[in-house]
Design a protein around this ligand. Structure first.
Ligand code: ATP
Length: 676
């Protein structure tokens, strides 16, 4: 694939108004990829060279990019900097400089996707003395063969600001779009469900509307499409009521579940032929792709299988050293609501530290963070304890925090976070040893535990980690009543924990999903049941007493999962220490940008926009409705935090893991019932 084709589609993606259109463009690009190109293409579209757990990062300094552009274009650094002052984008600088190239390059070849990717990997791997020159040279070679548009994206990629706004769900959407016609051509029948009365209806895709339906697939997010079918036993068609959930049987594939027939009506001109609307078709096609991704966190691999070896998607299995996307917890306002939702349940202490996923195969142990980055080197004592676990192969999860065994004392997150460092690890591990409170088991010696109910997973986990030193099972209490839950909650708070997590005894492990398998209840944050993890999208310069810090507050946003956009929810002006203000100014001025990020909806203009990269936790007195903010915007008003305060930076989360607009909506409706 020519890199020029990639760049052209990226330009379309950048200009697309929403996630759906982006997915359509990506689908067209993915459809052209050869097998060896699928993984590099998917990574490049996300602005990375590999999934986070592989630890292959590029991060080329802007100065080096500038020097490479100067070398290739013949423009002086002064000229380039002047252009950067206007555009705020080194990609735009490269595009401009190369379109006005003073020197002509000899013997250049057209760039291929694979070649560009390999050069970028080479660049990422250059380190040590003399590597700066090597980096400039490698980038200059690439730019020398690039068109202005290609150069724009190559440079943006290198400085870590590709800015396509393409997140993982959009790529999954693109892959699903490609599967829709593919699967549809092989549909052999429909089974009704749940009555399963054996009604078999025969779908007729070749009906005259086929072309129209195809067009609809690409346009309609829910892929509701008209569906014509006939039935051997017309008399029984009445049993298929509107809203019936059906299975679609597809030759050589697992049945597609969760599809609904609506508006079933007979065709006037054809006896025994019916038309119905099929809802949720694309969602059902997407489900196995999402499942595979949740089990390996490697979207490039999922894309390759989806495009070239689909059977592997359907029988996708957990892989050691390819982390599972973490299960997440819902919130409810109090113990009574939890009991009402779950009935008798297990309740565990909620530890406030680092979430770690432990993978072990014999002597090899790797640890993955909540963001699925490999963090093994930072926690040698956990690695040591994991090596001693009896199974040869194991994947488990837990929360690691500083803990004094002799005093049975948990340290705060602020203390634990001191362990987040690259240097002096061994000394810190001695001074402030971490303990891993294991709370789930996903895999052990050939057994995939994720499909087993929580109660069985927990039994197995307790047996496997008993006596493992720095790893022990999280505290647990089985409760049948709200007051039992409250007692345990109070006990956990007194012990210095953050709250509890209630667990559905029968639920499987639900990778990548926030569902009702786990429900958290935290210590009081005023009327709100929880803090929010928000993305910093802008900041204000300091005024009055803060003039000297150059920092006056943050503009922060949550993510709307429907549109994929960020939406503002607060201007945060308090909760900062003086040191934090200095630190924030330094951090944010390095990611300043001239224009509003394309994926952000905002009616507010801060003094400075920034790349939506950093996540922080904020608390607030309550959530109100305001015309100023865009979070969950409806009828001209969005959700807004009242008296928001910074609690802490959340380095273990990226923008993809921030609070969603739907969660803010839930917190808003919950605050009325919350008496704490
Ligand atoms: P929070 O911001 O509340 O820490 P989060 O947004 O990181 O949470 P949630 O799904 O909302 O993620 O809350 C679950 C988190 O709580 C887990 O990610 C895990 O890090 C932590 N945790 C602590 N103790 C437990 C436990 N016993 N069981 C499950 N998760 C636990």
């Amino acid at each position: 694939m020519r890199f020029a084709d990639v760049a052209a589609v990226w330009a379309d993606v950048e200009a697309a108004p929403g996630r759906l259109e982006m997915a359509g463009h990506l689908a067209q690009l993915l459809a052209k990829a050869k097998r060896a190109e699928a993984q590099p293409l998917v990574c490049l579209c996300q602005g990375v060279l590999a999934p986070p757990f592989m630890g292959l990062e590029l991060g080329l300094g802007e100065k080096l990019a500038e020097q490479a552009i100067a070398l290739v274009s013949g423009r002086s650094e002064k000229e380039l900097e002047n252009y950067f002052k206007k555009s705020g984008d080194w990609g735009a600088v490269a595009e401009w400089a190369l379109s006005k190239k003073k020197q002509t390059s000899l013997g250049t070849e057209e760039l291929e996707l694979g070649g560009v990717y390999n050069s970028l990997v080479r660049l990422a791997k250059l380190s040590g003395a003399g590597s700066q020159d090597g980096k400039i040279k490698t980038l200059a070679e690439l730019l020398n063969s690039a068109s202005p548009l290609e150069a724009k994206y190559i440079v943006r990629f290198c400085v870590g600001k590709l800015r396509l706004g393409v997140a993982e769900p959009t790529i999954l959407d693109g892959l699903a779009l490609l599967r829709v016609p593919n699967v549809r051509d092989k549909i052999s029948g429909i089974k009704s469900r749940p009555d399963a009365k054996g009604i078999r209806i025969k779908p007729l895709w070749d009906y005259e509307t086929r072309e129209k339906e195809k067009a609809l697939d690409m346009e309609d997010s829910d892929a509701s499409l008209d569906f014509v079918f006939t039935c051997d036993d017309a008399a029984r068609i009445g049993a298929l009521a509107d809203g019936s959930a059906i299975w679609l049987e597809v030759d050589g594939f697992a049945p597609l579940a969760g599809i609904k027939l609506q508006k079933i009506r007979p065709l006037k001109d054809k006896p025994d032929h019916y038309r119905a609307q099929v809802m949720g078709f694309k969602k059902a096609v997407r489900a196995p792709l999402e499942r595979a991704f949740n089990f390996c966190s490697d979207l490039g691999m999922v894309a390759e299988y989806a495009l070239f070896d689909y059977a592997r998607i359907e029988r996708f299995k957990i892989k050691l050293f390819s982390p599972i996307r973490p299960a997440l917890a819902e919130r409810l306002p109090d113990a009574a609501a939890i009991l009402e939702k779950l009935g008798p349940c297990a309740v565990e202490g909620k530890y406030d530290g680092f979430r770690l996923q432990v993978h072990k195969e014999g002597e090899r142990v790797e640890l993955y963070s909540r963001k699925l980055e490999r963090v093994t080197a930072a926690f040698p004592e956990i690695v040591e304890a994991a090596r001693k676990l009896p199974p040869q192969h194991i994947i488990l999860e837990g929360e690691a925090l500083a803990y004094s065994r002799s005093e049975k004392r948990y340290y705060s997150f602020q203390t634990t976070i001191q362990r987040k460092r690259k240097h002096g690890v061994a000394k810190m591990a001695e001074e402030l040893p971490l303990h891993l409170f294991a709370f789930d088991l996903m895999y052990a010696d050939g057994v995939d535990w994720t499909t087993q109910p929580y109660s069985s997973r927990r039994d197995a986990l307790e047996k496997l980690v008993a006596g493992a030193g720095a790893i022990e099972p999280s505290s647990l209490k089985q409760v049948k009543t709200a007051s039992e839950l409250e007692n345990f909650f109070d006990h956990c708070l007194k012990a210095g924990l953050e709250g509890i997590i209630a667990k559905d005894l029968n639920a499987p492990y639900t990778p990548g999903a926030r569902d009702w398998a786990w429900i958290k209840l935290k210590k009081s944050y005023g009327a709100l049941a929880d803090t929010l993890d928000v993305v910093i999208v802008g900041y204000y310069r300091g005024e009055g007493a803060r003039t000297g810090f150059g920092f006056g507050g943050l503009l922060v946003a949550v993510r709307n999962e429907e549109s994929g956009h960020l939406q503002t929810v607060a201007r945060v002006g308090s909760g900062f220490t003086e040191d934090e203000m200095v630190e924030l100014e330094k951090m944010l001025s390095a990611v300043k940008r001239k224009t509003k990020p394309a994926e952000l909806e905002s009616g507010i203009e801060p003094d400075f926009w920034v790349e939506p990269k950093y996540v922080c936790t904020v608390s607030a007195d309550e959530i109100s409705l305001s015309p100023q903010h865009t979070a969950g915007l409806a009828n001209g008003k969005g959700y807004a935090l009242r008296f928001p305060r910074l609690v802490q930076m959340r380095e273990d989360k990226g923008p993809a893991e921030c609070t969603t607009a739907a969660e803010v909506e839930k917190l808003y409706s919950m605050q009325k019932t919350r008496g704490r």
